[in-house]
Each structure stands twice: as structure tokens, then as C-alpha cells.
Design a protein around this ligand. Structure first.
Ligand SMILES: Nc1ncnc2c1ncn2[C@@H]1O[C@H](COP(=O)(O)OP(=O)(O)OP(=O)(O)O)[C@@H](O)[C@H]1O
Length: 439
């Protein structure tokens, strides 16, 4: 890619206040997007992926000027979007279009298809009704519908056809950038594939940049040149789609990949997250935000146990913290027989969390045993504190900077992008600028 990006996003934050009481006193903030920077190059397809709640839609809305960022800036062809007024703002609105997941949200049931697709043309100043009709008929043909559909109503069409109408509505004003927010997740597999092909075709035909918001890595693999992976309001990895998906450098990207059933499951088994609970974005974890779920969380330097034992300890620690322990791993504090009927309740807890065998590191053994006893007594908070004190990780203390993704080979996948993980480049010289694409 060369030249100025069509759109650049720099340090964008969007925090939603949490208010209480009649006076709507602010008691906290949902950090939906928390310092995101990226460029969208002309004509490229960029994917933003992440679990539900990671901040993808909020990022897209900030980029389109539909949400005012709490901090940071969006520029369109170099101009700050927040400062556009009058005709410039109108022009920005025309040149950036949004396609949403459910086409019913975009289509007025009382308007014919012809009226719906012509509406943006009218808004943006094409007053000649005959000319509008001709443009609309042409665009309907290009998205796989027919000029005969002009006088029909949305309810006469299937979900896939309605999404084609939405795409026509976006295309008709000749945009430079389309944001497609989960455009196919409401469709069945065959129709999904057709719509993805259509979006890819029209992007190339009309030389439009496409920002694809999706939780589905297969969609990104198929349609996007580059990908940015979001977790709890931050971009944790980015780069050429082929490189990132073939050699994911961030454990979170690996976790996302391991949840795609079509990929080889055998070597992805270890990429199961330690816990399922996504932390609350109003109180994100310290350090690396992914650390309480990270299957690759860094052990304390003085811990001397095999890697799989550390994984079990980390899973124990963060499951206690998230309140995600198996039922039989917590005793009932209200009984005289803590830990239930088991002969040795603490041993039963350890068995339940996969740490039944004595650990080779005596300090670790004592700490796990202590936590297990406290759990057997039903004191989850004390167990949590004991585990946190005994097994601290640098990942909860240090915030990872974006560094270059490791180069895998000298071939096609060399263009590597960036990753924000302490497993890569701690104290590395390869720090990537934090204000751009990082690739
Ligand atoms: N208007 C709002 N007020 C308060 N919190 C909000 C608001 N909009 C979004 N959020 C919160 O911000 C976080 C990010 O939401 P967002 O919709 O951007 O995520 P997403 O990755 O697009 O998820 P999804 O795929 O479910 O749409 C979520 O925790 C969400 O609950």
C-alpha cells in the first residue's frame, strides 16, 4: 500500500460513564475502546476480530463519527472527522457507509427497494428522479438483484437478498470506505458465502476500502488483507491476515483460532483459555488484560515445575479468582465437616483441579496445599489471596508494548505486523511505533 491512508485512527478511547442515583453520579466507566490506533489504506480490506464485547462495534462507530471518542482522533484523508462541518461533513457521510448485521435494521418496511436504494442518492443531492431510477436499477443488477425488484418491498425478500439490498444502498453513493459490521452472521452458511463473495467483488470493482468487523476468523481469512485482533478494548495483534492466522503470536489470537472448529484441533488443544469469563471492561485486569485467561501466562521466575504443572497452577489460581471452580472443589463453610464427605477434603480439592500429585517445588507444593485447604473450608477469598501471593506473574504487573511480530521465514509471510505480549520482546529493541499500523 502506498500514499496517505483513507482513514487513520489514533489513540481512540471510548469510555461510557456508569451512573447511579437520581443525580446520575458517575461511579465508573466502561472502557469499551481503550487506546486503539490503526490505518485503513485505500482499497484494502481490514478485519477487526475479537470476542463479543471486545469493542469492535464501538471502534467502527467512532471511526464513522457516529460516536464521539472520549480521547484520540479519527482522520479521514488527513482531516479530523470531529472538525468536519456543513458540506464537508455531508461528503464524509457519503464517502463512508455502514452495513449492519441485520438488514431489517437498515431497511424501512414501508419503502420499496427502489425507494430504499434511491434514498441516499436523494439525500446526497441527486434530484433527477429518472437518473436516480437508472442508477438504482444498475446497482441492483451489480449486487445480483434485478431492475424488476425496484417496486417490491423488503418483506418479499430472503435474508441474503435483503443484505444485497443493504449493500446496494451503501454502494449507490460511490463510497470510499464501507464498514461491514458482522454483515453475514445472521445468514446461513451458503448465503454467507455468497454475500462474502459479493463484498469482495464490489470492493475490487469499485476500489473501496472495507473494514470488516467480525468475531469469525474464517470470514477474515477469506476476505481481509490485514487483520487487527481486539481484546477488552485494545488491539493485541495485527498484521497481514495470512501471517497472523498461520503463525499467531498472541495467545489470545491462538485461543480465537482454537475455537474455530474447521482448523486442526490437535495442536491447538493447549490454546484453551484458562477461564471462560471475559473480565468486566469497567475494571479490566492490570498489566496484560488477557493474563487471567492466558494459557501462556508467564510463571514466577523462581518457580521450578514443568510447563504443564504451571499451566494447572495458573488455571487453579485464575479459576479461583474468577469464581469458576468445579463444584466439588469448594467446601461448605457452614458445616462441621468442611470439604464434604471426602476423607481428606484438601486432597479432594486438589484432585478436582488437576493438582493431585505432589509438586516438585516445595514452596509451590505448600502454597497449593494451603489454597486447597482454604477452599475445602469454603474460604474462596483466602484461597485467592494465597494463590495470588504465591504465584505472581509479570503479566499482571507490566503492560506489554506493541513489538514486531516474530518473523517466521524469509518468504511470503515476512511482513509481520505487531503483537502486544510480554512473551515477545520484553526489553526488546524491536518496539513498534504505537501510533500506526505497526506493520
Ligand atoms: N452505549 C453504551 N453504554 C455502555 N456500555 C456500552 C455501550 N455500548 C457498548 N458498551 C459496552 O462496551 C463494550 C464493547 O462493546 P462493543 O459492542 O463495541 O463490542 P463488540 O466487540 O462489537 O461486541 P459485539 O460483537 O457483541 O457487538 C461492551 O462491554 C459493551 O457492553
Amino acid at each position: 500500500m502506498s500514499g496517505e491512508p483513507i482513514c487513520s485512527v489514533r489513540g481512540v478511547e471510548k469510555h461510557y460513564p456508569i451512573t447511579r442515583g437520581l443525580l446520575r453520579r458517575e461511579v465508573g466507566r466502561v472502557r469499551a475502546v481503550d487506546g486503539v490506533s490503526f490505518d485503513v489504506e485505500r482499497g484494502e480490506a481490514l478485519g477487526i476480530v475479537g470476542e463479543s464485547g471486545s469493542g469492535k462495534t464501538t471502534t467502527a462507530h467512532a471511526l464513522l463519527g457516529l460516536e464521539e471518542p472520549t480521547a484520540g482522533e479519527v482522520r479521514f484523508e488527513g482531516d479530523p472527522v470531529s472538525e468536519l462541518t456543513g458540506a464537508d461533513r455531508q461528503d464524509f457521510r457519503r464517502r463512508t457507509q455502514l452495513i449492519v448485521q441485520d438488514p431489517n435494521d437498515a431497511l424501512d418496511p414501508r419503502m420499496t427497494v427502489g425507494e430504499a436504494v434511491a434514498e441516499p442518492l436523494k439525500i446526497h443531492g441527486l434530484d433527477d428522479a429518472e437518473r436516480r431510477r437508472a442508477v438504482v436499477a444498475d446497482i441492483l443488477e451489480r449486487v445480483g438483484l434485478s431492475a424488476d425488484d425496484l417496486n417490491r418491498y423488503p418483506h418479499e425478500f430472503s435474508g441474503g437478498e435483503k443484505q444485497r439490498i443493504s449493500i446496494a444502498r451503501a454502494l449507490v453513493v460511490s463510497p470510499d470506505l464501507i464498514v461491514a459490521d458482522e454483515p453475514t452472521s445472521a445468514l446461513d452458511a451458503r448465503v454467507r458465502s455468497e454475500i462474502l463473495d459479493l463484498l469482495d467483488r464490489v470492493r475490487r470493482e469499485f476500489d473501496i476500502a472495507l473494514l470488516f468487523i467480525s468475531h469469525d476468523l474464517d470470514v477474515v481469512r477469506r476476505n481481509c488483507d490485514r487483520v487487527a485482533v481486539m481484546y477488552l478494548g485494545e488491539i493485541v495483534e495485527r498484521g497481514a491476515t495470512e501471517s497472523v492466522l498461520a503463525d499467531p503470536a498472541h495467545p489470545y489470537t491462538r485461543v480465537l483460532l482454537s475455537s474455530v472448529p474447521s482448523l486442526d484441533p490437535t495442536d491447538r488443544a493447549l490454546d484453551r483459555p484458562l477461564t471462560d469469563t471475559v473480565p468486566d471492561p469497567s475494571d479490566p485486569p492490570s498489566g496484560c488484560r488477557f493474563h487471567p485467561r492466558c494459557p501462556d501466562v508467564i510463571p514466577p521466575a523462581d518457580l521450578s515445575v514443568p510447563a504443564e504443572t504451571w499451566r494447572a497452577i495458573a488455571e487453579f489460581r485464575f479459576s479461583v479468582q474468577a469464581g469458576e471452580l468445579p463444584e466439588d472443589a469448594v467446601g461448605d463453610p457452614g458445616t462441621d465437616d468442611p470439604g464434604g464427605d471426602a476423607e481428606d477434603p484438601a486432597a479432594a480439592v486438589r484432585e478436582a483441579v488437576g493438582l493431585g500429585a505432589e509438586l516438585p517445588d516445595p514452596d509451590a507444593e505448600a502454597a497449593v496445599d494451603d489454597a486447597a485447604r482454604r477452599l475445602a473450608d469454603g474460604d474462596v477469598d483466602a484461597a485467592d489471596e494465597a494463590l495470588a501471593a504465591a504465584f505472581p506473574s509479570v503479566c499482571e504487573r507490566e503492560t506489554p508494548a506493541a513489538v514486531e511480530r516474530p518473523t517466521v521465514d524469509e518468504g511470503e509471510r515476512r511482513k509481520s505486523g505487531s503483537v502486544s505480549c510480554l512473551r515477545h520482546g520484553r526489553e526488546s529493541a524491536g518496539a513498534v511505533r504505537s501510533d500506526g499500523n505497526g506493520d
